[in-house]
Design a protein around this ligand. Structure first.
Ligand code: FE
Length: 206
């Protein structure tokens, strides 16, 4: 991957700049509260955006044929559920197993599979995560509370403007009777970036 292939100008596109200009104007005129806007952005980062990816993961968990299509050629499989990127980036889904744990980073900026995960979290764009995820992925995972056995291989995937990665986390035990919708509700954003696992079903849900 060379720098010229890694186009940092792709994400802050014309609509993004117009949105920023609009936000500045609305705040200046006292028409919106910046804190309220932050809350809305937080919602897209943590709730609405990642729900698309969660539905993709849940479908893969319950439908082996879908999972096979997803791992072979993710773009069309994700599009089957109605999600697609507008920038033509190639989607790759990597599967976590008992032996392999996948972690996604963008070492140069903040390339992110936004069609399925929404907006990237602040830490994903931070210099420490971008550098240390590659140098010491096991240490980064440990600090984030994710412990992996020494026998588990960690694979780090460096996103670019052309290729965006989504982690297919392991389906937790105890979820055999859950519906696809219930399974999707378990899947977190962080598990699809690869910095967390999907927590085992805790039995508190009806
Ligand atoms: Fe990037």
């Amino acid at each position: 991957m060379s720098d010229d292939q890694h186009d940092h100008q792709v994400v802050p596109s014309d609509p993004a700049l117009r949105t920023k200009a609009l936000e500045s104007l609305l705040v200046e005129k006292g028409l919106v509260d910046p804190a309220a806007l932050d809350a809305i952005v937080d919602t897209y980062e943590n709730k609405i955006g990642p729900r698309n990816g969660a539905r993709v993961v849940a479908r893969a968990w319950v439908d082996p044929d879908y999972k096979e299509r997803l791992l072979r050629d993710a773009g069309p499989a994700i599009a089957e559920l109605g999600y697609s990127g507008a920038q033509g980036e190639h989607m790759v889904v990597v599967e976590n197993t008992g032996k392999v744990h996948n972690l996604v980073v963008c070492t140069l900026c903040s390339c992110y599979p936004w069609a399925v995960l929404g907006l990237p979290p602040v830490w994903y764009k931070s210099a420490p995560y971008r550098s240390r995820a590659v140098i010491d992925p096991r240490g980064v995972l440990h600090e984030l509370g994710t412990e992996l056995g020494e026998d588990v291989e960690i694979r780090v995937w460096d996103s670019t403007a052309e290729i965006r990665y989504l982690v297919l986390p392991e389906r937790p035990s105890g979820t055999g009777n859950m519906t696809e919708e219930e399974l999707a509700a378990l899947v977190t954003r962080d598990s699809m970036i690869g910095v967390a696992k999907v927590a085992a079903f805790d039995g508190t849900k009806a």
